[in-house]
Design a protein around this ligand. Structure first.
Ligand code: IMP
Length: 424
């Protein structure tokens, strides 16, 4: 049984916990998109692990972890995470692989990310400044790309870096009036990365197909959320990878046909970090209530997240493009204490009602949400472990979501711990 987990909103849906729960039943966990911009928090026996690049399965000693071709590798970040696990006695030896085709994020990518964002002023995207966009741009441009396989030939890498850095420095100094970067320093770092990471580097596509043929069970873990997908999200306020379920196959070399189940993760409300349209946003005391109660501050950047009501138009869209089979609805406990709860069931755009999400932001910016309002509940639900022990209003809220998005909600999160999860 192979499954894939993807966020159905703008990221931060609580994928880490669900992945961790499902990883226990898998042999291999695969990260297939994005880079150190992601932030998964996994809590095990009171220990909190904030992972940016390593697959969430890495915290479980018997799970094999794979980072595939479409992930951009921040070697400093991976090495820090490997060290942090080692400090808790968890080793990745003999159970971790990185694709030789994965591209590498270097210092000049982070610098470029920062300079470009600063130069955009009020039009900035609000990136995580992890160098993600510039690294994927170099991948698409090809001639300035560095991949993990390049660490195998350091002499050639040195020459390549000289040429790339020369070009980058022209841009940094002439266009942004910024300090140049030093090619030798970057090369020295690469030598260190090569030494530490090459033992893990291989053809992960071959490994995954052989594993599938051998009957292994694989869990594909998507980073970010479907609405941040470069091609199908709210462009340009997106990330630079395919973060919807559609990215799984190109990102790993394994066709979607070989995946038995796609599970979408959504919060019982909506959040977004960075800029871009957000029809159900609540820039008021409701938004603040959700932010405070749900601890809605970024794992990667610490930024306060924008908060709003559950948007069934947006989630139905990401369910549709991803052929999602079931939903894990997280953070239901956060809504406790609200007198009324709203769910957006349609948009009005230019006087016309629609239930199909317009990813094009010119149209999305004009969308006025049409809400269904339901009564809330007061009871703390963080200890509930059976759907039928939830307050009737909470049960109704979930049933209404199922009616709107037309697939079942099979997992419900009622708190950050693994044990605070209801299965239906
Ligand atoms: P980038 O991926 O750093 O280029 O950022 C592009 C957009 O995606 C920004 O709005 C970020 O806030 C958002 N983003 C990137 N990674 C995540 C994530 O893991 N969770 C939520 N938003 C993210």
């Amino acid at each position: 049984m192979n499954s894939c987990i993807v966020g159905l909103q703008w990221g931060d849906e609580g994928k880490g916990k669900v992945i961790d729960i499902l990883a226990e039943k898998s042999d291999i966990v695969v990260r297939y998109n994005g880079g150190a911009n992601a932030g998964h928090t996994v809590v095990i026996a009171g220990d909190k692990f904030a992972l940016h690049l390593l697959p969430s399965g890495s915290v479980r000693p018997n799970i094999f972890c794979v980072i595939t071709n479409a992930v951009v590798i921040d070697a400093d970040c991976i090495l820090q995470e490997i060290d942090a696990l080692a400090q808790k006695g968890i080793t990745l030896k003999n159970r971790f692989l990185i694709s030789e085709n994965a591209h590498v994020v270097l210092d000049y990518h982070k610098k470029e990310d920062q300079l470009r964002e600063d130069s955009l002023g009020k039009n900035k995207i609000g990136t995580t400044i992890r160098g993600i966009g510039p690294c994927y741009a170099d991948k698409a441009g090809r001639s300035h790309a560095i991949r993990m396989a390049d660490f195998r030939n350091l002499e050639q890498l040195k020459d390549k870096l000289q040429a790339i850095v020369e070009y980058k420095n022209k841009v940094f100094t002439a266009l942004y009036n910024a300090e140049p970067v030093n090619a030798d320093e970057i090369f020295e770092k690469c030598k260190f990365y090569a030494d530490k990471l090459l033992p893990f580097v291989t053809d992960t596509t071959e490994f995954l197909h052989k594993s599938i043929a051998a009957g292994k069970s694989i869990l594909f873990e998507g980073a970010q959320g479907s609405l941040l997908d470069l091609d199908h999200g709210t462009f340009p306020y997106v990330t630079s990878s395919n973060s919807s379920a559609l990215g799984m196959s190109v990102g790993s070399g394994v066709p979607a046909k070989m995946v038995d189940k796609f599970i979408g993760i959504a919060k019982a409300y909506t959040t977004r970090v960075g800029a871009g349209p957000f029809p159900t946003e609540q820039e008021n005391e409701i938004g603040q209530y959700i932010r405070d109660k749900g601890h809605e501050y970024g794992t990667t950047t610490g930024r306060p997240r924008r908060c709003g009501w559950f948007d069934a138009v947006a989630v139905s869209y990401t369910v549709t493009i991803g052929a999602i089979d079931a939903i894990a609805l997280m953070h239901l406990d956060t809504l406790a204490g609200l007198k009324e709860i709203k769910l957006c069931r349609a948009y009005k755009i230019d006087g016309k009602e629609t239930t199909f999400f317009p990813a094009n932001i010119d149209r999305l910016s004009k969308a006025t949400p049409i809400y269904e309002t339901v009564p809330g509940w007061d009871k703390d639900i963080t200890e509930v472990n059976d759907f039928y022990d939830l307050p009737a209003n909470a049960q109704n809220f979930i049933c209404l979501i199922e009616e709107m998005v037309k697939i079942p909600v099979t997992i419900i999160g009622v708190g950050p711990k693994r044990t605070q999860t209801i299965f239906r």
